[in-house]
Design a protein around this ligand. Structure first.
Ligand SMILES: NC(=O)c1ccc[n+]([C@@H]2O[C@H](COP(=O)([O-])OP(=O)(O)OC[C@H]3O[C@@H](n4cnc5c(N)ncnc54)[C@H](OP(=O)(O)O)[C@@H]3O)[C@@H](O)[C@H]2O)c1
Length: 358
């Protein structure tokens, strides 16, 4: 009975308790809100860091002639979108004309730039590369920017039309021949630029002189892919040296981990792929963010004299000794010439000087 009096009979203590409870409640709400905002801020900052810097200089390139390989999707498509906004005349070099046309129409709608052209290029076929170049040369006397963007990663061992291992064939050899055959047009437009899209995966790469095509031992990712991306870096450095004084610069870049179709050949348990797909929404860059470093290399007037360098997140990166190995670079160059059917005589016809010729 006495107990009842203290609670029912005296309303004051009850009001007092409720006040404290309410105060507690709001305090907890405020605290939760504060923690939520702080966590949101941290997550946003980390996300901004992952996305990396954007190329924001407003310079236009009206009428400049550009080729971008593999641009019906992913990083290449975003690159074309931004270059089209800035007024470039762009040759979209893709292996699937239907997908290329869909991307071209979408980009024309979004930018109102009508100077976009759909051209067939299969980097896994040297004949296709030659046909592409012949058609381009019949149409244009100059080339201001060449972006070697197309790539395949971690595919099962298959061969190109010419019988070469697919990743080396497409990522390196196809682009090697393409660039080589376009050098005269690039020189004619000097100052002009070549941008090679490689990957930090090259750090794990090794040029396997004894088994370049992975015939004896094929590892799709940490073998063929990393080798092809190391070849991209070596190609960049050597070509930059060869083109010194011509007004044509060559640089390569790592776009970051980007959420694109590149991972289509990944073989792993379904649960792993599903988890990766979810995590990639936050931890991978968007294709637009992934395109920024190649846009920076193609566009920034401050890089007019920069050549032979590797960039990531618009910052110049040091090269590991393996990527600076001159003997292997030289060997790879000569081997690539042979594989794509270029003889030294043809090289001289293109006015290229080898280090060893000098
Ligand atoms: N995504 C990343 O995390 C990442 C990281 C480091 C480096 N990279 C490099 O970034 C570049 C662009 O890759 P992405 O992520 O944008 O991949 P993506 O979305 O798969 O795009 C690759 C492009 O290359 C084209 N391609 C493939 N084989 C070709 C061939 N034989 N001839 C002509 N085009 C061909 C593809 O055409 P189809 O659509 O017809 O197949 C596609 O348009 C690649 O060089 C890649 O190695 C990407």
């Amino acid at each position: 009975m006495e107990k009842l009096n203290t609670t029912v009979g005296h309303p004051m203590p009850l009001t007092f308790d409720l006040g404290i409870c309410l105060e507690d409640f709001w305090l907890q709400c405020a605290l939760a809100l504060l923690i939520g905002v702080a966590m949101g801020l941290v997550l946003w900052l980390v996300r901004m860091f992952i996305l990396g810097p954007m190329y924001r200089k407003p310079n236009r390139i009206d009428g400049k002639v550009v080729i971008v390989t593999g641009c019906n999707t992913g990083i290449g498509k975003e690159t074309v979108l931004e270059l089209a906004r800035r007024g470039a005349k762009i040759y979209m070099a893709c292996r699937d004309p239907v997908r290329c046309e869909a991307a071209r129409i979408e980009i024309m709608d979004r930018t109102q730039n009508q100077q976009l052209f759909n051209r067939s290029l299969d980097l896994g076929s040297l004949e296709s590369v030659r046909n592409f170049v012949a058609r381009f040369k019949a149409e244009e006397t100059r080339l201001d920017i060449l972006i070697n963007n197309a790539g395949v990663m971690a595919c099962p061992r298959t061969l190109t039309a010419d019988g070469y291992e697919q990743q080396l064939g497409v990522n390196h050899l196809g682009h090697f021949l393409l660039t080589y055959l376009l050098l005269d047009r690039l020189k004619q437009a000097a100052p002009s630029r070549i941008v090679v899209v490689t990957s930090l995966a090259h750090l794990f790469g090794r040029i396997n002189r004894e088994d370049l095509m992975g015939e004896r031992n094929y590892r799709s990712l940490l073998g063929a892919y990393t080798q092809s991306k190391l070849a991209n870096v070596m190609f960049t450095r050597k070509l930059a040296m060869m083109l010194m004084g011509t007004g044509v610069t060559v640089n390569c870049c790592h776009p970051g981990l980007v959420r694109t179709d590149l991972y289509r050949h990944f073989v792993a348990p379904r649960w792993f792929l599903n988890t990766l797909s979810v995590l990639s929404l936050y931890f991978f860059k968007t294709p637009r963010a992934g395109a920024q470093t190649q846009l920076y290399l193609a566009l920034d007037p401050a890089l007019a004299n920069c050549t032979g360098c590797l960039y990531a997140d618009c910052v110049r990166c040091p090269l590991v000794p393996r990527a600076r190995d001159v003997a292997t670079t030289d060997w790879l160059w000569r081997e690539s010439e042979k594989l794509v059917g270029l003889s030294p005589a043809k090289r001289h016809a293109t006015n290229i000087t080898m280090w060893s010729d000098a």
